[in-house]
Design a protein around this ligand. Structure first.
Ligand SMILES: [Zn+2]
Ligand SMILES: [Zn+2]
Length: 208
């Protein structure tokens, strides 16, 4: 029988087993960086990115993992705040770290990797709509808080006031029992900086 609480890439070469599989919160993200990162993966064999991405957060506490030799850690640019872990073989992105997550949580976009447990909870906010490529973003709810950007302190304050988000964007109160996502990133070794131009949707790379 398959071990529980598994997040894996689509080919199964990379696997993470969580100690705590309860989703902490989720958001819908329309930012150009998430899309560009998945677009880069698509060029390499991954799945086509949607314009708005369901993104869910788990404790950075991994009981065990397989396939570290098949994992690559990437950043979009030298000044990046996010580090994304992909499978070298199928280019699924199955874990994302960001400086603000403080190694308390990490994020996954479940449409771009596989899970054998429930990862769907109602999103608490729609983020970065200024980057949405279309005319009008169709949202599932008309009461969900929306954020055009999080550039202004008022927006960041409003975002952090949504329970329980701020609790998970501070250093963890209870240490991880297992391996943290940052420990896995450091075990992967060197982070590959992709040096992609901000906002470029990589059409040209595709044609080459
Ligand atoms: Zn894979
Ligand atoms: Zn994003």
């Amino acid at each position: 029988m398959d071990k529980k609480n598994k997040i894996s890439c689509s080919c199964g070469s990379c696997q993470l087993f969580l100690n705590d599989s309860l989703p902490k919160y989720s958001v819908m993200c329309a930012c150009e960086d998430c899309r560009q990162a998945l677009r880069w993966a698509e060029i390499n064999g991954g799945k086509k990115p949607k314009d708005i991405l369901y993104s869910v957060y788990f404790r950075s506490d991994i009981q065990s993992y397989n396939g570290i030799e098949n994992m690559i850690a990437t950043q979009l640019r030298g000044d990046a705040s996010s580090t994304r872990i992909y499978c070298k073989k199928c280019f699924s992105c199955f874990a994302v770290d960001h400086v603000n997550y403080q190694n308390n949580v990490f994020m996954i976009q479940p449409d771009y990797c596989k899970q054998n447990f429930n990862v769907r909870i109602p999103p608490l906010a729609v983020l970065n709509l200024q980057d949405y490529p279309g005319e009008f973003a169709e949202l599932d709810s008309d009461t969900i808080p929306v954020f055009h950007s999080r550039k202004y302190p008022q927006e960041r304050k409003r975002f952090l006031s949504i329970e329980p988000i701020s609790e998970y964007l501070t250093p963890p109160k209870t240490p991880a029992k297992g391996t943290t996502i940052r420990e896995i990133i450091s075990q992967i070794g060197k982070i590959r900086v992709l040096d992609l131009i901000k906002g470029d949707n990589l059409e040209e790379l595709h044609n080459e």
